[in-house]
Write a protein that binds this ligand. Structure first.
Ligand code: SAM
Length: 222
């Protein structure tokens, strides 16, 4: 199977199942024009996150890694009127693009963008008493995955859903001797979750417009 085929199937599935959405396509357009890297989730993963958050009945969502706010919009749209999403972004430039995209989506009231190192923002969120979150999406600097998972558990309740993106990385995740920090980060996420007594998890490999990768899905059980 080839990338060409994966992209064609993704295009078919997205065209069939995900209606054209001006807000989301303009968010991607403006992110591109601002020079942001195209490392947002694919539309079908965005919709998957949206559906998961809806199934969960999430009222409080935490996202680590905002970029231009593409996944943020998908997730925030799953919230009820009085729901809240906090998203963490290190780069002020990325956060500024996300802020405009989220405003155009009519979601500014529901979304709080915290600019700075995620580890600092997570400590601040704990201090402000904003936990527990019902749904947590981890998609930032991959070497920090274990810190984000550790914080997620502090900010979670029994039943919280945690998704960690990019844990397969072209299948390189099986390389125990890798020197690539991103792959080490993927392995660290798997190892953390596998050994943690409060988590029950699985991971799913994906192919599509974004190549060959996958995500980890965990729920807090104790
Ligand atoms: N979730 C976004 C989406 O699908 O639209 C994509 C997020 S992108 C993969 C990762 C983002 O995390 C980048 O915008 C990057 O600037 C940000 N980031 C990297 N290191 C960070 C850190 N230490 N704290 C907070 N954000 C960080």
């Amino acid at each position: 199977m080839s990338q060409e085929k994966w992209s064609a199937v993704d295009a078919y599935l997205c065209d069939s199942l995900i209606p054209q959405d001006t807000v989301l396509s303009e968010a991607l357009r403006d992110s591109d024009q601002a020079g942001l890297p195209q490392i947002n989730v694919a539309p079908n993963l965005g919709k998957f996150l949206h559906l998961l958050a809806q199934i969960q009945g999430a009222r409080r969502i935490l996202e680590v890694g905002t970029l231009g706010g593409y996944s943020t919009i998908w997730l925030a749209r799953a919230l009820p009127e009085d729901g809240r999403l906090i998203t963490l972004e290190y780069s002020p430039e990325h956060a500024a693009v996300a802020k405009a995209n989220i405003a155009r989506a009519g979601l500014s009231e529901r979304v709080d963008i915290r600019v700075g190192l995620a580890v600092d923002s997570l400590a601040q969120i704990a201090q402000e008493g904003l936990a527990p979150f019902d749904f947590i999406f981890i998609d930032a600097d991959k070497p920090s995955n274990p810190y984000y998972l550790d914080w997620s558990l502090k900010l979670a309740r029994v039943g919280t859903i945690i998704v960690v993106d990019n844990v397969v990385r072209d299948g390189e995740v099986v390389d125990a001797h890798t020197t690539d920090e991103k792959i080490q980060g993927a392995r660290a996420a798997v190892a953390f979750v596998a050994s943690h007594p409060r988590l029950s998890a699985t991971a799913i490999q994906t192919v599509g417009s974004k190549g060959y990768d996958g995500f980890l899905l965990a729920t807090v059980v104790a």
